[in-house]
Design a protein around this ligand. Structure first.
Ligand SMILES: C[S@@+](CC[C@H](N)C(=O)[O-])C[C@H]1O[C@@H](n2cnc3c(N)ncnc32)[C@H](O)[C@@H]1O
Length: 256
């Protein structure tokens, strides 16, 4: 049994390559109101896990520099998307690797003030659902240890809350998207699952809060995104008692 995180497939790669400047600026606008920058001194080291084409990282760098911070920025992604070669290499250190080994890159001892994990935790999937849940926790623990004393882990992900069994949508989506049967893969792809064949693991709000607590962190900021009609349709489909929401968590280590 493979206990490693599965590599994203071509379908996913093509979709994530299109993450552009506009999306990244919108996301930055949300973070700008949430990040307590006064906590930091004038030098900030950031890491963007699953930073894809680097547009968000670049937008954060520019924003921080405009606010008189000296910034060193890193992106860790399993894929090096095509735009890197011409765009951000001078400004951002790109590392092609997987989050599960984050403690081994850059000489092993690098610490960060801000670690961003935007829409990426749900991709830390392994061959089984329980293995995936364990992997997500192991990765969060590793990332927590890479934070400086006043550092913050910033997560953007989606809540899928079950109606009777809270974790049911999480389990069901993983089971559906991780099917390798060609007919089922085609079906789930048609239904919008870019991850069909590989798997994806969303969690409920309660699962996220418990996970963060188990990883010795506390939530400083929790900001839920707007509810669009499409999310209400998904809510009905997944028998969820709340709309499918995206949420930003900003977490700090408990011992700080
Ligand atoms: C949905 S995209 C999100 C991209 C970007 N963060 C954003 O907010 O739009 C997920 C990204 O995570 C990357 N990824 C998937 N598994 C990863 C892993 N194990 N370690 C690091 N990055 C990973 C993918 O290559 C992809 O760029």
């Amino acid at each position: 049994m493979n206990n490693q995180i599965l590599k994203i497939n071509k379908n996913q790669r093509d979709a994530y390559e299109c993450v552009d400047l506009n999306n990244s600026n919108l996301l930055l606008k949300r973070y700008m109101h949430l990040l307590p920058l006064s906590t930091f001194n004038h030098k900030i080291t950031i890491l963007d896990v699953g930073g894809a084409s680097g547009y968000f990282t670049k937008a954060v760098c520019d924003y921080l520099r405009n606010n008189n911070f000296e910034v060193t920025a890193y992106v860790l992604d399993t894929m090096r998307y095509s735009n890197w070669d011409n765009n951000f290499d001078d400004d951002i250190v790109f590392c092609e690797g997987s989050v599960e080994h984050v403690d081994t890159y850059w000489g092993g001892g690098k610490k960060f003030d801000l670690i961003f994990c935007n829409k990426v935790f749900h991709h830390f999937v392994t061959e089984t659902y329980q293995g995936t849940i364990n992997m997500i926790e192991a990765c969060m623990n590793k990332l927590q240890r890479q934070l400086r004393k006043k550092g913050m882990l910033c997560i953007l992900d989606y809540f899928y809350n079950g109606l009777i069994i809270d974790s049911f949508p999480s389990w069901m989506i993983y089971q559906c998207t991780s099917q390798r049967n060609l007919v089922l893969m085609k079906l789930f792809k048609k239904m919008g699952a870019k991850s069909a064949g590989n798997g994806v693991c969303f969690q409920s709000e309660k699962m996220w809060c418990e996970l963060i607590r188990r990883c010795q962190m506390e939530v400083k900021v929790m900001d839920k995104g707007p509810v669009f009609p499409m999310k209400v349709i998904k809510q009905i489909f997944f028998l969820s008692h709340k709309p499918i929401e995206d949420c930003i968590f900003i977490c700090e280590k408990k011992d700080f």
